[in-house]
Design a binder for this molecule. Structure first.
Ligand SMILES: [Zn+2]
Ligand SMILES: [Zn+2]
Length: 359
């Protein structure tokens, strides 16, 4: 099969012929139909997070089951599925207390078993237990959720990471109340999903913060009630003015130290800041200590605290009802060979999402 190979930080991905093994035990072989280009992959290409090479990146995909291992009971060939990097074991204390997204013993192949992926006879590292920039994915059944066959798979792919992360940050991690005031830093794929999550949850004020006017315009289309251009105005001052003292809930969807600090500074006493973005490894966030006396809270967020087998079919219902807008989030469609161009466009702020199509 064809796949986009990662050779290390600052190097372009190359399209290669890769061998993929047959599904063993609880594994499923999925034919990839659509694969979204998510910003998290860029953190590895830019060298902010390490990952062993060679590897196949990509972690936001939907496709059709081609074959299943002998112990798979939940899925069969022909089923339409969304893949999720929050693969879980189902047995650890996180899984057994409903926090499958934090599972620390994610199922992987034993070292004695053959590699899932190989290139020129050597093993290839599977990224996020998915490796979705490839014509096929070999994954554990606990990394997949079956969806209705009528759901378009390019829009379903977005639910695989960006939408679940952003909407989940609001509904699952922060659990905002109807009538809340909110601010979302960053109007890329995840930020736009958080804005939609806030709209779905009934926030009365949704302030989008970005430095690109086109992204702020898209944020308005998707539910932002107010926008702040951080290139022109101090976002903390602007948010405090708009809300008479600060928002109830803020969300950081960029992965920037400064934005994370502003996210904490712009909440009112008793408010909660949720950091969704991937802050580069080794960076520290500085907070104003006395603010803890005002019960200001800051928390992390992993993949929208998802219970993806439950959440993703719900998000498809929201899409069908017109409450979750996905068509508007796909700026471009491309082929696997367009993956490097998709990263360039993302860095330039030209797109919310490029989706790579395999058929
Ligand atoms: Zn992602
Ligand atoms: Zn577990």
């Amino acid at each position: 099969m064809k796949a986009a190979m990662f050779h290390g930080a600052h190097k372009p991905l190359t399209i290669e012929d890769v061998d993929i093994d047959k599904p063993l035990g609880r594994e499923v072989l999925v034919r990839t139909v659509a694969s979204g280009v998510c910003h998290s992959d860029l953190h590895f290409i830019d060298g902010y997070y390490p990952f062993p090479t060679p590897a196949i990146l990509g972690h936001e995909a939907a496709g059709i089951v081609e074959a299943v291992g002998l112990q798979v009971s939940e899925l069969k060939p022909g089923d339409h599925v969304i893949a999720c990097l929050s693969v879980f074991c189902g047995q650890c204390d996180y899984c057994l207390t409903g926090k499958t997204h934090l599972c620390q013993t994610r199922p992987v192949r034993a070292k004695t078993e053959p590699p899932k992926l190989s290139w020129k006879g050597e093993p290839v590292n599977q990224f996020a237990n998915l490796s979705a920039y490839a014509e096929k994915m070999l994954v554990h059944e606990n990394a997949l959720v079956k969806i209705d066959g009528e759901m378009p798979l390019d829009r379903a792919a977005l639910i695989g990471c960006g939408v679940t992360t952003g909407v989940g940050a609001v509904l699952n991690t922060a659990r905002i109340e109807p009538g809340s005031t909110t601010a979302v830093f960053g109007a890329g794929g995840v930020g736009l999903a958080a804005i939609q999550g806030a709209r779905i949850a009934g926030a009365r004020m949704i302030i989008a913060v970005d430095t690109v006017e086109a992204k702020l315009a898209r944020a308005r289309e998707l539910g932002a009630t107010h926008v702040v251009n951080a290139a022109a105005d101090d976002p903390v001052k602007a948010i405090r003015t708009l809300t008479n003292g600060g928002v109830d809930y803020s969300f950081e969807a960029i992965g920037l130290k400064l934005a994370a600090e502003q996210c904490f500074d712009c909440i009112r006493p008793g408010g909660t800041a949720t950091i969704i973005g991937m802050i580069p490894v080794g960076q520290k966030i500085e907070l104003d200590g006395p603010m803890f006396l005002r019960e200001k809270k800051i928390q992390g967020c992993s993949m929208g605290s998802n219970r993806f087998k439950v959440d993703m079919p719900r998000y498809i219902d929201f899409y069908r009802q017109g409450r979750l807008k996905l068509d508007e989030m796909i700026t471009r469609r491309g082929r696997l060979a367009d993956v490097n161009e998709a990263f360039r466009a993302m860095k330039a702020g030209e797109v919310a999402r490029t989706v790579l199509m395999f058929e």
